[in-house]
Design a binder for this molecule. Structure first.
Ligand code: OGA
Ligand code: MN
Length: 291
């Protein structure tokens, strides 16, 4: 894998996936530097920049060099309407003490643990990337993991590949924590706004042409065209692929760490192991329909 990009070098998190960019400030980059960052991004999928003490406007300006802003239907708004805030004031968002829906959440594992996901795949055009910066951090914990879904796809047995190649799965906001605490009527309304989508189980990257496994534990409801039993069995098997440490990188944040990831070919996991405030701010870029 390439590590020298002329204007900066990449320090790999793992041999094939995840890179820290060394020697670059994201402020006021010229076109040539942006092109090199884009090249490194397509190679490494997750790029980490340390010590980026930038404003929300500067974060937004950097992200906008790579696409157009997407507004997330469920996240809180931060400094401006183009920047979302993920702010857990005292403890991970779902604690028994703070959240009336805790028991309902706990049955989903979500009150106690994070979950592997790709953002907003319940939408027809899920966002293609996110630019997340750490603003306030707990003294320890609150790491994030990412997993390379191209390696996850490559690692599948050919028999499994032949079942999922060309097949779709249904993704729905109805299975996610976004609807927890809503009444059945409210959930129905959400589903009217965001009807379930049939996305390919194997997604082809529009830039690199590489294939990745495109099912996730938050939004993927069922596999299309298989019996209920077969579908659920295969879904469980596929969802467990993301758990292999060989496909993962884990980031210890510092205030001012900025990460850009490609939501089309990676999944991520927020670790809910902390008890102090953690505030992240995110710019999300609009994506295309998965093919
Ligand atoms: C997100 C997300 C993970 C984290 O921004 O979509 O899941 O660790 N964040 O904050
Ligand atoms: Mn997410």
């Amino acid at each position: 894998m390439k590590t020298d990009y002329d204007r900066f070098v990449v320090r790999p998190f793992t041999p094939l996936f995840g890179g820290e960019i060394v020697g670059l400030s994201v402020k006021e980059l010229d076109t040539e530097s942006i092109d090199r960052v884009n090249e490194a991004w397509m190679d490494w999928k997750v790029l980490v920049f340390r010590d980026q003490h930038i404003t929300s406007d500067e974060q937004l300006a950097f992200a906008l060099r790579f696409g157009e802003v997407d507004h997330h239907p469920y996240l809180d708004i931060g400094e401006s309407e183009d920047v979302s805030a993920l702010d857990n004031p005292v403890a991970p968002r779902f604690s028994r003490a703070l959240d009336p829906a805790f028991d309902e959440l706990a049955t989903l594992d979500e009150g106690l643990f994070g979950r592997w996901h790709s953002d907003a795949t319940f939408r027809e055009c899920p966002p293609y990337s996110s630019f997340l910066i750490a603003r306030i951090l707990p003294s320890a914990g609150g790491d994030t993991l990412w997993a390379d879904m191209e390696q996850a796809y490559q690692g599948l047995e050919s028999e499994v590949k032949s079942i999922i190649d060309g097949r779709t799965a249904t993704h729905s906001v109805g299975c996610s924590s976004f609807v927890i605490g809503m009444s059945p009527e409210e959930v129905e309304e959400e589903l009217r706004c965001f009807p379930p989508q049939h996305h390919p189980m194997v997604r082809t990257h529009p830039v690199t042409g590489r294939k990745s496994l495109y099912v996730n534990s938050v939004f993927t409801d069922q596999i299309d065209g298989l019996s209920e039993d077969q579908g659920q069995h295969l879904k469980r098997q596929l969802l467990s692929e993301v758990h292999r440490p060989e496909y993962q990188m884990r980031l210890r944040w510092e205030v001012g760490t900025l990460v850009m990831w490609d939501n089309r070919c990676v999944q991520h996991y927020p670790v809910y192991d902390y008890y102090e405030r953690r505030r992240m701010e995110r710019v999300t870029l609009a994506g295309e329909q998965p093919l």
